[in-house]
Design a protein around this ligand. Structure first.
Ligand code: NSS
Length: 433
């Protein structure tokens, strides 16, 4: 009778039993009579032991052919062993090879340059650090979905091919049959607003695209954004939702991904302080603070990465900067009735120098003001007729925000560049693999 297959993570349930495990060889060592294979199958790491006299001659020969990343199947008995990684090892009886791996496997246990690693992203993903990041990203996405599901938001999937431009940043364009130019969505927000009038509380979550010629450590040309939109929430409600949301996500990763945070050598005490309320700094005060710290910023400017870092300095949790000048922000933001030079919006800046992870705002709900802003920005009004209609038929106070997934994951993981926070990053000079 052949032994059943088991994933490495399930081995504790099979102590004392015979199982078969499939995976990839990480390293091998042998003392002549006893040999060890450390292997992984994606669910865990397993140490296996082969005693020359106790395995078939074929298995022993196969052992001699193993190289890093050879894919194999082993069969043997599961034994508890406190010294082994994961607390279990496999006493091997049979070893067969699925796929050899030539000795020039590109990723070696040594330092590689970042460009080399990115060229070999399809292999780099197999390393412990990259697996830890992938799992934290997954946990973050699941936390996002659970947060909204538990609060009765409806998920609405918004289009990626669009005619209406959402943000000011660069656009990817393509010809769209007889309909003119289509743009890859920079945001799902405008559609989210329409859906909020139908469903009250919604969110969209998907890839967004920006043809930005910026080579910073926080810009991708394709990134994932989650965007809730809530009918009857004002800007203040919006910020409260953001601080609850971000605290929930960080709490979930702390609760369920300690092993991955440890692999990344993340200082978790920095994450444990992420709890509401987050400090709120009005844009005008922010400019004064920045000037007192020597920044050249003047009222009216948008804030750059260095300004953001200065503002968060000394804070142990994310900081809201709210009510920016109209000129610095997108056309759809609601004019501040108390200071019409500004709009009701906020950026949420993560601590430890990570900077903006959220942009949010209350939306302009006055038809004529919105139309005037669209014209001021030289946007084609005909592409926004449906959006303007939302202000014509039952306009409503509403607000929402967009959280950048890779920036958030990058911050939680404590990694330097957000390109590691997505499996296959897209930047200005990277379309492969
Ligand atoms: O441009 S945003 O500030 N805001 C919006 O797109 C709104 N339409 C969202 C909304 O209110 N529904 O982008 C939101 C976030 C920003 O804070 C970043 O975290 C992330 O999206 N973002 C990016 N991440 C990676 N790379 C690039 N290029 C990028 N641009 C924005």
């Amino acid at each position: 009778m052949t032994a059943p297959y088991s994933r490495i993570s399930e081995l504790p349930r099979h102590t004392g039993e015979n199982v078969r495990v499939r995976g990839w060889t990480s390293h091998v060592r042998s003392s002549g009579k006893v040999a060890f294979i450390v292997m992984r199958d994606g669910t865990g790491i397993l140490q296996t032991v082969l005693v020359k006299n106790a395995v078939s001659p074929e298995a022993w020969t196969n052992f001699g052919r193993l190289t890093q990343e050879t894919s194999i199947e082993v069969e043997g008995e599961v034994r508890a062993d406190a010294r082994a990684p994961g607390g279990f090892e496999l006493a091997v009886k049979e070893l067969s090879i699925y796929g050899e791996s030539p000795i020039d496997y590109p990723i070696q246990p040594k330092e590689h340059g970042i460009d080399f690693l990115l060229d070999n992203r399809h292999f780099w993903l197999r390393t412990p650090r990259q697996r830890a990041i992938a799992r934290i990203r997954h946990e973050t996405e699941q936390a996002i979905r659970d947060f909204f599901y538990d609060r009765d938001f409806t998920l609405v999937d918004t289009p990626i091919l669009t005619a209406a431009i959402g943000e000011r940043s660069g656009l990817f364009a393509t010809e769209y049959f007889d309909e003119g130019t289509a743009y890859l969505a920079q945001t799902g927000q405008l559609y989210g607003e329409a859906a909020a009038a139908a469903l009250g509380k919604i969110y969209c979550f998907g890839p967004t695209f920006r043809a930005e010629k910026s080579k910073t450590r926080r810009h991708l040309t394709e990134f994932w954004m989650v965007e809730p939109e809530v009918a009857f929430n004002d800007s203040d409600d919006n910020m409260r939702l953001q601080e609850e949301f971000v605290s929930y996500i960080v709490g979930r990763v702390l609760e369920r991904r300690q092993a991955e945070l440890k692999e990344l050598e993340r200082d978790v005490s920095k994450l444990e302080s992420i709890k509401p309320p987050f400090p709120r700094i009005n844009y005008s005060d922010a400019v004064r603070i920045l000037q007192s710290k020597g920044s050249a910023v003047t009222w009216g400017d948008d804030l750059g990465a260095e300004d953001e870092a200065l503002l968060v300095e000394g804070h142990d949790r994310p900081v809201f900067i709210y009510n920016y000048p109209k000129e610095a922000k997108a056309f759809y933001m609601k004019e501040n009735p108390e200071d019409p030079r500004t709009v009701l919006c906020d950026d949420l800046l993560a601590p430890e120098g990570y900077g903006e992870i959220i942009g949010g705002s209350q939306r302009e709900d006055n038809h004529d003001k919105l139309l005037a802003r669209i014209k001021e920005e030289n946007l084609p009004v005909e592409a926004y007729n449906w959006y303007l209609d939302l202000r014509k038929y039952g306009t409503f106070v509403h607000s929402g925000f967009g959280l950048g997934l890779e920036r958030t994951v990058g911050w939680i993981c404590g990694i330097h560049h957000i390109r590691e926070a997505i499996a296959f990053p897209r930047t200005m000079n990277r379309l492969r693999p």
